[in-house]
Design a protein around this ligand. Structure first.
Ligand code: SF4
Length: 489
């Protein structure tokens, strides 16, 4: 059976830049170049406004006392997990297999893709439906399965929209945050080849109608996992649309994909972690659906898959425990740090990071996983203001990690700019050197505007992709400071 939700896809013309495309492998480019293009995109201003509004709403009710207490407990549970990650994974594997599921450990994204591909081939799968899963983005599962003859349909509304637009998600939990209602209306009209009303309810109904047949007709359901309980083998998916419930119960094969840190010690920990995730992600007391899967369908049960496969991806994560970055594995993927980050908001969301995971969590996680070269410069895409730490429901010290990762990067990439920064640091380390540099700046200001920044080779390597403002006459600030000294700020 071919997908009803994707019928008419050939009428769509992707309008995104190549580096935001979901169907093309990520190609690394120097970060300033990508971010410069990202900021110049027409969608960036509107996306920024949406993110700013969301941040203001969230700041109004950040950690009320009851949630602050849950935050402490959630942070403690996640750290308890990290102290014995392999032990909990072993228990999880035993429980899932006791219930009739199969567990596959995948070292690399290649391994994970291959395993899912083999399950699809053995099960003669032609159509697969998916619920939202960042791990499946990490292993580029959709394009791989399509290459191997399996049609893949995203069933989360935001993911469905970005799939049609051939884009990667712009935010962990709000993948289409960079799309306006008009964008979505236009996309759906072109897909359906018919006039549609533009009310959000009608647009959602259009998507629902198109997805329904695929829910019934798919051979395989692919889900992510928010939490995997080591003591019961229960795989938990938290959504607001209920699509994960269909994905995990209707097709005859269910493949759940998780990274190894998604394990939690006990089923009862969900009482802390689910409300915490819901509050941090969407300011809900609890998300609308918590889908809990404990094994495939048993005799006498009305629905559920015949086969359940759990893929546990490592992709370099097992290197992290025991290092100063260990706590990054406590992340519960709420996306709050992304909304809180002024840089993420300014560059118009996650695409500008040119990586699967954007924002502060992406800037820390990306250089630590995989080959560790991918996205090594991402930690520089931060103002280090600390807003991400304040927003994080499990208190991950992201700003400290960003600083440490920058130092790691500098140790590994000793470029010419390093010499310039060392000289600058020495110069500004003494009042005499500081004044001399101001005099130099004043002289440079007499040269034609921007000439120094454009011609000096050290400055050139730094200023590629950055705006270098013309040097102003020095001394103005010091004069202002002297005249205002002692006045209240
Ligand atoms: S680092 Fe914290 S705030 Fe960011 S996604 Fe993870 S849990 Fe949420």
């Amino acid at each position: 059976m071919s997908s009803s939700a994707l019928r008419g896809r050939e009428r769509l013309r992707p309008e995104r830049p190549a580096w935001a495309a979901a169907s093309e492998p990520l190609v690394r480019r120097p970060l300033p170049l990508v971010t410069r293009e990202a900021v110049a995109r027409p969608v960036t201003g509107a996306t920024n406004a949406r993110l700013v509004q969301r941040n203001m709403n969230w700041n109004a009710d950040k950690w009320p006392p009851a949630m602050a207490e849950l935050r402490e407990r959630g942070a403690a549970i996640r750290r308890e997990t990290l102290r014995d990650l392999e032990g909990y994974l072993r228990r999880l594997t035993e429980r899932v297999e006791e219930h009739g599921g199969r567990v596959h450990r995948a070292t690399t994204p290649d391994d994970a893709r291959r395993i899912v591909g083999e399950i699809a081939r053995d099960g003669d799968v032609r159509l697969a439906i998916k619920s939202k899963s960042m791990v499946s983005e990490e292993i580029e599962l959709g394009p791989y399965l399509e290459e191997h003859g399996v049609e893949v349909v995203e069933t989360d509304l935001g993911e469905y929209i970005v799939q049609l637009a051939d884009e990667r998600p712009g935010h962990i939990i709000a993948p289409a945050i960079h799309k306006s209602r008009a964008d979505i209306h236009d996309l759906f009209e072109r897909l359906g080849g018919e006039r549609l009303p533009d009310a959000p309810e009608q647009l959602a109904a259009f998507a629902r109608r198109r997805l329904r047949d695929d829910f019934h007709g798919a051979d395989m359901g692919i889900s992510g996992v928010n939490f995997a309980c080591a003591d019961t083998g229960t795989l938990v998916t938290v959504t607001n649309e209920g699509n994960a419930r269909m994905v995990t119960s209707q097709p005859r094969i269910h493949v759940a994909v998780m990274t190894l840190e998604k394990v939690i010690p006990r089923f009862t920990d969900l009482g802390v972690l689910v409300p915490l995730l819901s509050h941090a992600a969407t300011r809900q007391r609890v998300s609308v659906y918590q889908t809990m899967v404990t094994g495939p369908r048993r005799p006498g049960e009305a629905d559920g898959p015949e086969e359940l496969h759990l893929i546990i991806l490592d992709n370099g994560r097992s290197r992290i425990p025991g290092t100063q970055y260990e706590e990054v594995l406590a992340c519960i993927r709420c996306g709050a740090c992304q909304v809180a980050c002024p840089v993420f908001r300014t560059v118009g969301g996650g695409h500008a990071y040119n990586a699967v995971y954007g924002g502060p969590i992406g800037a820390v996680l990306t250089p630590l996983i995989g080959d560790q070269e991918e996205g090594a410069d991402l930690p520089f895409l931060s103002s280090l203001c600390g807003a991400c730490y304040d927003a994080c429901p499990v208190k991950i010290p992201l700003p400290d990690m960003l600083v440490d990762l920058r130092a790691d990067y500098e140790r590994r990439h000793r470029g010419p700019a390093r010499v310039g920064w060392a000289a600058w640091s020495r110069l500004w380390g003494s009042p005499l050197g500081y004044r001399a540099s101001l005099l130099g700046g004043r002289l440079a200001g007499l040269l034609p505007g921007g000439l120094v920044g454009r011609t000096a080779s050290l400055a050139r390597s730094w200023s590629r992709g950055r705006d270098v403002p013309p040097l102003r006459a020095a001394g103005a600030f010091r004069r202002w400071f002297r005249s205002h000294r002692g006045e209240p700020g």
